[in-house]
Write a protein that binds this ligand. Sequence first.
Ligand code: NAD
Length: 480
Amino acid sequence: MLSLTQLIGDRALPAASGTWLDVHEPATARVHALCPDGDAADVASAVEAARSACSGWSSLPGSERARWMNRLADALESRIDEFARAESRDAGKPLALARDIEIPRAVSNLRFFAAAAMQFASESHQGQAGLNYTLRQPLGVVGCISPWNLPLYLFTWKIAPALAAGNCVVAKPSEVTPVTAWMLGELAREIGFPAGVLNIVHGLGPKVGQAIVDHPGVKAVSFTGSTAVGQRIAAACASSLKKVSLELGGKNPTIVFADAPRPGLFDTLMRSAFQNSGQICLCGSRMLIERRIYDEVRDELVARARQLRVGDPDDPATQQGPLVSRAHCDKVRGCIATARDEGAVVLCGGEALQPPGRCENGWFMAPTIIEGLGPYTRTNTEEIFGPVLSLQAFDDEEEALTLANAASYGLSASVWTSDLRRAHRVAERLEAGIVWINTWLERDLRTPFGGVKQSGLGREGGLEAMRFFTEAKNVCINLG
Ligand code: NAD
C-alpha cells in the first residue's frame, strides 16, 4: 500500500489534518494507496512556500529555468516504465497507452515549455505614438488544478508553462488518480529542484481546490475538469478578478461524409470513440454519418466494438480497461439507462462486464454503440465521458452542421471527407475550438488548445499558455 505525501517547499508532508483518503485501483476495486486529505491549511503553507521562492525563480534567466525543467524531464524519462505502471494501476488505462503515449507526453510537455522559457519574447510597436515595448512578467504564485482522465499528461501540461514563464506553482492533481503527481514531486525533490517553486497539495476538490481558488496570494487559476466545477471556479474568481483559464467538458461530433478517405478510417474512428474507455475530453461521442453510407459505417463499427478486448490493463492484449471509479461507472450506466428511456436502440454493449480472475470486481463497461436519438435528447447533448458512442444520420452538409452545433459544448470536432473545399467550409462553421480533418487527436503543442461555449474559457498550448501565465506591461518612450 502506497502512502502519498504532499510537496510543500522541499518537504514531503502528510496533510495538516493527519487524515487520509483511499485511492482505488479501478481494475480490481481494491484500495492501493492512501492520499493526504489536505485542506486550506495545507494550501496556505504551500502558497507561503511558493511566495518565498518567487523572486529567486522569476529572476533566473530563462535558460536556467529551462535547465531545471529539462532535468525533471530527463529524470521522468529515465523512469517511464515505473510511471507508466503506476498510471495504469491508478487510472485503469491499458499499460501500453500509459507507457507509449501518456507518460512520454508528460516528458514532452516539460521539454516543450523548457524550450519556451528560452524562446518566449515580447512585442515592440513604433510608428504611431512613441516607441513601445511590452514586458511579459510572471504573475507570482499560480494555481493548477487537473482531472483524473489523463493524470500526469494534464498535470504537466499546466505546471510546465507556469514554471517556464517564471511563476511558482501550487498544484492539485485529482484525488481519484494522485499517484503519478506524487511520484513527480518525489523526483523533483530527488534532483534538488529549487524549493517552493513547485508545490503539490493533495485532497478533495471542494477543500483543496476551492482553497487554491480562494487564496488571495494565488494570482491565477488554470483549471481542467468538468463544466459544473469550472463554472463554480469562474464565479469564485469573479469577485477578485483573478485570471482564470478553464478547459472543460465536451460532446464532440465526428462527421463522416460518404467520400471519407478509407485507409485507416475505421481504426481512427474507433480510437476517437473508445480510447481510454472514452474518458478523453476530445473523444468523439456523437458520430454523424452521411445517410448513403450510414448502414455500412454502423455495421463496421459495431463489429469492431464487439471485438474490442476489454480487461486487465496489465495484459498486453487489452484494448480497453475499466472506468476510473465506481461513481463514474454508475454515472455511465445511468446515461445508458437514460438513452434507453429516450428510445435509443442499443446496437452493442450497454452493460457492465466482469472479466474473470483478478479483475472480476473492477469497474468495466462493454463498448456501447447506440442509434435512433435526435440531436436535442439528453444523450446527444450531455457529456457521458465513457465508452458510449451515439450515431446519427444526415443527408447533406447543412444538416451535418446543424446536428454538430446542436450541443451546448464546443471543444473539438473531426471531419472526414476527400473534398478539400468542403473540409474548409465545414471547419469554419463548426462551433468548436479544435477541428481535425481526416484525423483525430493529432497534436502540435504550439497550437491553441481549448473550447468554446460550455467547453471553456481561454486557450492553452504554446504561446497562448505563456501569455496566460504572464502579465503584459506596455512601456511607452517619448521620442519627441
Ligand atoms: P472535476 O471537475 O470533478 O474535477 C477536476 C479537478 O477539480 C479535480 O482535481 C477536483 O478535485 C477539482 N475540484 C473539484 N471540485 C472543485 C472545486 N469546488 N474547486 C476547485 N477544484 C475542484 O472533473 P473530473 O471528473 O476530474 O474530470 C472529468 C472532466 O474533465 C470531464 O468533464 C472532461 O471533459 C473534463 N476534461 C476536460 C479537458 C479539456 O482539456 N477541456 C481535458 C480533460 C478532462
